[in-house]
Design a protein around this ligand. Sequence first.
Ligand code: KIV
Ligand code: NA
Length: 263
Amino acid sequence: MKSILDFNRARQAGRPIVMVTAYDAAMARLVAVSEADVILVGDSAAMVVHGLPSTVHATLDMMVMHTAAVRRGAPEHVIVADLPFLSFRQGREVAVRAAGALLQAGATAVKLEGVTGHEDVIAHLVGSGIPVMGHLGLTPQSVNQLGGYRLQGRSEAEAARLRAEAGRLEELGAFSLVLECVPAALAAEITASLAITTIGIGAGNGTSGQVLVLNDLLGLDAGFRPRFARRYLDGHAAILTALNDYARDVRGARFPAREEVLA
Ligand code: KIV
Ligand code: NA
């Protein structure tokens, strides 16, 4: 995808939107030549790249650096970058500065979690020409308040709140929104009620598209296997085999071979 207009074009054409995260130029180059549509520089970078315990630990500097690297690897793609923890909760000025830094680093759009309490910021960003993607349901930056990573919108009261928040995001001018870990029927209902697109993760197949964390899709972490994140590669085993083959070849004097020696 070349612009945010392609989100609604895809939906109108009945083509599910394929989104995947990337954090560095090498992986962005691979995604860019793949059939995936959109790259998300998620604040999941804090966890999967930096080994931090939650996305609460993502910083603006971190997100700017990853966004710039991904843009260098994928010069033509739509890139959505996460606004990090609290950067959109300290008023319009701080939010605009943070979003501006992400756009100048190469993002096409920013994503932020939740809506209640920062409606003015969302409207102001959109009014400033910064495309905003919402993120509802399981919003990981609020993990301490949610009490863990679990399905959201199960009770009728929670479902009603999610419906209302999705409608509010559309009113405020968001061009799309992520629905994370919500019941499939609710995600489908919200999608049908909106004119903007929804991108699901752990939200069934009634959304306008799907997003996966690249490290999960590639199976890089042997110990992290949420049910909703399909593994398309056992990357952990594949990389471990390569590393051990290398170690054994060095110790067995099989690497470097004659043709690998520079004369
Ligand atoms: O940070 C991230 O990777 C995300 C996706 C899981 C939607 O926000
Ligand atoms: Na995120």
